[in-house]
Ligand binder design. Structure first.
Ligand code: UDP
Ligand code: MN
Length: 274
């Protein structure tokens, strides 16, 4: 039975990140989630990208950070670096849902992960760079306008120690590391690809149990070149961002092509992958 008051949520503020969001939605669908799926988009996302997203998500929701800022928050308008960060916070405004799971647009869901809804706010997996911080690419939360407002005020007063949503959320949910171990998601729900470099033997031992892969960092799957016939992924110079990630990158491209095939119509002008 579909669960109508719980949702997976992702975010795309432009057409490039929409490619990632498309894969998130397609994976959730393919793995038969019983939850709703929502992609938050901002006005920069083109109509054709939205049309493609509408094929795989239950809802394409336009969010506009500045609309929701009241006078008390006007100071933040002069802080463009917090733009995407603050847009991510809009997920707390999805109050028709009682519980949600946020997934970055650069994640790849490998199986059904509906059990994430058994966790409570704020549950997340450790960040491989500083494990007393959670990584904000995958987290369980409860939409609430009150929490949203508190988060905005927090952002206004304290900013973000890393300039992004992860610094902000970690300082806001500051007892995550120590208070309640039941809010620590296993690392396999947010296998940051960076961990492959830092602890290769653990990746070799446990990598196959991964449920969600996160292409954290500057090089995203959509930056790679894909030869569809050969199913070959590479960077422009023929190299791979990391050889151990080859299967995950290929899978990302397979899913991306599937989602384009099912949503692409002759009238669409959204660029084919390059
Ligand atoms: N994002 C976006 N547009 C941007 C940058 C980020 O929509 O220009 C969203 C997208 O959902 C992305 C998330 O914010 O997955 C976090 O950014 P990113 O994944 O690039 O950061 P990383 O995980 O590499 O730290
Ligand atoms: Mn990410």
């Amino acid at each position: 039975m579909p669960v109508t008051d719980q949702a997976f949520v992702t975010l795309a503020t432009n057409d490039v990140y929409s490619k990632g969001a498309l894969v998130v939605g397609q994976c959730l669908r393919q793995h038969g989630t019983s939850r709703q799926t929502v992609v938050m988009v901002t006005q920069q996302v083109s109509q054709s990208a939205r049309a493609a997203l509408a094929h795989v998500f239950c809802e394409v929701r336009e969010v506009n950070m500045l609309d929701s800022l009241d006078c008390a928050h006007l100071n933040m308008i002069g802080r463009p670096e917090l733009g995407v960060t603050l847009t991510k916070l809009c997920c707390w405004t999805l109050i028709e849902y009682t519980k949600c799971v946020f997934l970055d647009a650069d994640t790849l869901v490998l199986c059904n992960v509906d059990e994430l809804f058994d966790y409570d706010e704020l549950s997340a997996a450790p960040d491989p760079g500083w494990p007393d911080c959670f990584n904000s690419g995958v987290f369980v939360f409860r939409p609430s306008l009150q929490t949203y407002d508190r988060l905005l005020r927090w952002a206004e007063e304290h900013g973000s120690f890393d300039g992004g949503d992860q610094g902000l959320l970690n300082s806001f949910f500051s007892d995550w590391a120590t208070k309640d171990i039941s809010k620590h998601l296993p690392f396999i729900y947010n296998l940051s690809t960076i961990a492959v470099y830092t602890y290769l033997p653990a990746f070799q031992q446990y990598g196959r149990t991964a449920k969600i892969v996160h292409f954290l960092g500057a090089v995203k799957p959509w930056h790679c070149k894909y030869e569809r016939q050969m199913r070959k992924v590479s960077l422009g110079d023929g190299s791979l961002p990391h050889p151990h990630l080859g299967p995950f990158l290929s899978l990302w491209w397979v899913v991306y092509c599937q989602s384009m095939d099912s949503s692409f119509t002759a009238t669409d002008t959204w660029q084919e992958p390059v």
